[in-house]
Design a protein around this ligand. Structure first.
Ligand SMILES: [Zn+2]
Length: 130
């Protein structure tokens, strides 16, 4: 990542107040923000293949690292993703991490389940109507 790009990513992190870590039940995952999680980047980070050309986020379980894209998939411009998409992605990747840490490892590949849990957890609130 070039110096200029690094500064841009830093300013997005600051502006959107993006978290650096997530504390789970048994461990802490670091959250890294990158311009784009491209296939090349994902393969390089994890050593696995078969990623799509562009990912909103990925998990590296052994290192306990999450990588989150802050720019959209078009390499030609620098359109920052809407905050809602970045946060949806953080929640989505955190759900992957939660499933990877327990007895539910196989469910971490269940993308519709991960997406559903992530969206719900992000929107979950408790109400007190008594
Ligand atoms: Zn996923």
């Amino acid at each position: 990542m070039g110096r200029n790009m690094e500064e841009k990513v830093k300013s997005i992190i600051k502006e959107l107040n993006l978290p650096d870590q997530v504390q789970l039940l048994t461990c802490v995952y670091r959250i890294h923000y990158v311009p784009r999680v491209t296939r090349e980047f994902a393969e390089q980070v994890t050593g696995y293949k078969n990623y799509p050309e562009y990912c909103f986020g990925i998990v590296h379980r052994e290192r306990m690292d999450l990588y989150i894209s802050v720019f959209d998939s078009h390499l030609s411009d620098e359109k920052v993703l809407p905050a809602s998409i970045i946060f949806d992605t953080i929640y989505h990747e955190v759900i992957h991490s939660i499933l990877l840490e327990g007895q539910w490892i196989s469910q971490s590949d269940n993308e519709p389940l991960v997406e559903w849990l992530g969206k719900n957890v992000r929107k979950m609130t408790f109400n007190y109507v008594r």
